[in-house]
Design a binder for this molecule. Structure first.
Ligand SMILES: [Zn+2]
Length: 203
């Protein structure tokens, strides 16, 4: 893992670069404000530097808007039964949003549970797995529905482009309300964005 830094008149930050067996360059701002980039082995360093530069405005915005550390919700431990109950609920909500996507025509993704404070949910489009955070059980059902629809949209668009948000908006016009309810800033999972490396290679 290498460390690099970015600096401009608007601010700066340090970031780590980890090489992995992945296809895209991913960038993540953690809740503590640290920035992590993961990149496929073959991607030139220059590409990564430029990628960080291009996204630096967004990154600095995210860092600036992170909630102060004292606001951090203490980690609640969930019992086995609580986790089971959440998973059942998550599956029910997911099945109910599926008709919005493929009308039951394709293989439905597998729904799994995740824990912790880093993401509300995430999607592995190729493996067809969607994970939803058990902490969603503390919020109204519409929040769970919002995160589920967000992750299902990643089956269609794997990044957070305008196209992605158009798909989300179509299926849940009031999504911003539920995202807000989940707490701006603490919504770290959804501050991740990734870029398809292949579409960005310059000849
Ligand atoms: Zn997302």
């Amino acid at each position: 893992m290498a460390t690099a830094s970015f600096k401009s008149m608007f601010g700066g930050f340090e970031y780590t670069v980890a090489r992995k067996r992945i296809k895209n360059v991913n960038l993540r701002v953690r809740s503590d404000g640290s920035v992590a980039v993961s990149a496929p082995y073959g991607v030139p360093e220059k590409f990564i530097t430029e990628f960080v530069e291009q996204n630096s405005g967004k990154i600095l915005d995210i860092i600036k808007n992170l909630p102060p550390k004292t606001e951090k919700v203490p980690e609640k431990k969930y019992s086995y039964d609580e986790e089971r109950a959440f998973l059942k609920e998550a599956e029910r909500v997911c099945r109910s949003v599926e008709p919005l996507f493929f009308g039951g025509k394709y293989k439905a993704p597998q729904i799994e549970l995740c824990r912790g404070h880093s993401r509300w949910g995430y999607c592995m489009p190729r493996k067809k797995i969607i994970r939803l955070n058990v902490r969603l059980s503390e919020y109204p059902e519409q929040c769970l529905r919002y995160v589920a629809i967000h992750e299902y949209c990643h089956l269609l668009v794997p990044n957070h482009s305008a196209e992605f948000y158009a798909e989300l908006e179509k299926r849940m016009p009031d999504w911003k309300r539920w995202k807000k309810r989940l707490g701006e800033g603490s919504h770290r999972g959804l501050t991740n964005y990734s870029l398809n490396y292949c579409s960005q290679v310059r000849k």
